[in-house]
Design a protein around this ligand. Structure first.
Ligand code: SAM
Length: 339
């Protein structure tokens, strides 16, 4: 019997955050000047992570995505990829901001990474600086260039903020087409850490489609029966494909088969969940893999999370977690649990 939660959702996909550090300070994710960081001693070692992944695979996981923070800041990350690449997985992917990709695209490919998502919100250097507090768009573009020669089917992920980068649909689509990458437009989410979030800044999926239709002509939705991918995919009249992730205005909790592990081994069953289960002691303290498996199984079995849908029901919605609470409970930050 496959492991399912209270809503019948299987556990298929695991996002592994390998660090909470990041080399950008994106306005929608890490807008503050200071953060409470995980202690280095608490980070799971690669062998511990590998064992934990084996347990998840035993429970039905067949897709792994490495994330963070910025995952390429984790020392020797290709070694972890090498360990994971040997496992029976349908997908082994990484989400990165591209800052270190020029150096790491080759080693990641050689280590066995299959797919890459690169976050790219703007093609304008001054805007990149404004959004990320780093004047490094050229470096990211060199990284994307290096990666696109090695990895087919790269996805470029752009969080769209009204009044900030919502005039870049077309340039991003053009750039994506020029390197054979599919662009995905992401609605601004009020996840933990998005302390500047306002509903006015969100550009809803409906409006994205309207704007793209006005510019290019009728946009066709692509039917993908059985897909649990977060993005809905569309085709422009010229055949170009793109995706929209509408977690804010049209959430898809009912299909969510994703679990998350923070770099220090806390297991979360929803991006919005406030109660994580630390597996670090069990993994580090030499508990049997069966015992660790039972902990995860019980958690998933009891899972009721519909975080994004519950947020949608709130009127006068503002930032999800106040700054003072984030300081006290840093695991509530998006950059701790991985996007
Ligand atoms: N540093 C890596 C990166 O930038 O891709 C991986 C971690 S980052 C938290 C993962 C993804 O989450 C990125 O695509 C980022 O744009 C997205 N993200 C972060 N905060 C978000 C928010 N408030 N709303 C929507 N997406 C967000």
């Amino acid at each position: 019997m496959p492991l399912v939660d209270t809503l019948g959702r299987p556990l298929r996909s695991l996002r592994v955050s390998v660090t909470d550090r990041c080399n950008l300070r994106c306005e929608y994710c890490m807008p503050e000047q200071e953060y409470v960081w995980l202690s280095r001693d608490d980070l799971l070692h690669f062998e511990e992570l590998s064992r934990l992944v084996d347990v998840f695979i035993g429970l039905g996981v067949d897709k792994i995505r490495l994330t963070g923070g910025e995952p390429l800041l984790r020392r020797n990350l290709p070694q972890l990829v090498e360990l994971l690449a040997e496992k029976p997985l349908k997908d082994l992917a990484l989400t990165t901001n591209g800052m270190l990709l020029e150096e790491f695209a080759g080693p990641l490919k050689r280590a066995g990474l299959r797919r890459l998502n690169i976050s790219l919100d703007t093609l304008q250097p001054a805007r990149f600086l404004q959004l990320t507090r780093q004047n490094d768009l050229a470096r990211v573009m060199r990284g994307i260039d290096a990666a696109s020669r090695l990895f087919p089917g790269i996805k470029l992920d752009a969080v769209i903020l009204r009044g900030v980068n919502d005039d870049e649909f077309e340039p991003l689509l053009d750039y994506g087409a020029s390197i054979g990458a599919e662009v995905r437009f992401i609605e601004y989410m009020d996840v933990g850490g998005a302390t500047r979030w306002t509903s006015e800044t969100v550009v809803p999926r409906r409006e994205m489609i309207e704007r793209l239709t006005t510019r290019f002509g009728a946009v066709t939705a692509i039917e993908e029966p059985g897909s649990t991918a977060p993005a809905d995919r569309y085709a422009l009249p010229d055949g170009r494909l793109f995706g929209i992730i509408s977690s804010t205005t049209e959430p898809f909790c009912r299909d969510c088969d994703r679990a998350r592990i923070t770099a220090d081994g806390v297991f979360f069953t929803c991006l919005y969940a406030t109660d994580g289960l630390s597996l670090r002691e069990a993994v580090r303290g030499g508990e049997s893999l069966e015992a660790v498996s039972t902990l995860i199984e019980n958690r998933w079995h009891a899972r009721r999370d519909r975080g994004a849908e519950e947020r949608l029901e709130i009127r006068d919605r503002t930032a999800y977690i106040p700054l003072a609470t984030l300081r006290e409970h840093p695991h509530l930050e998006m950059h701790k649990r991985g996007g």
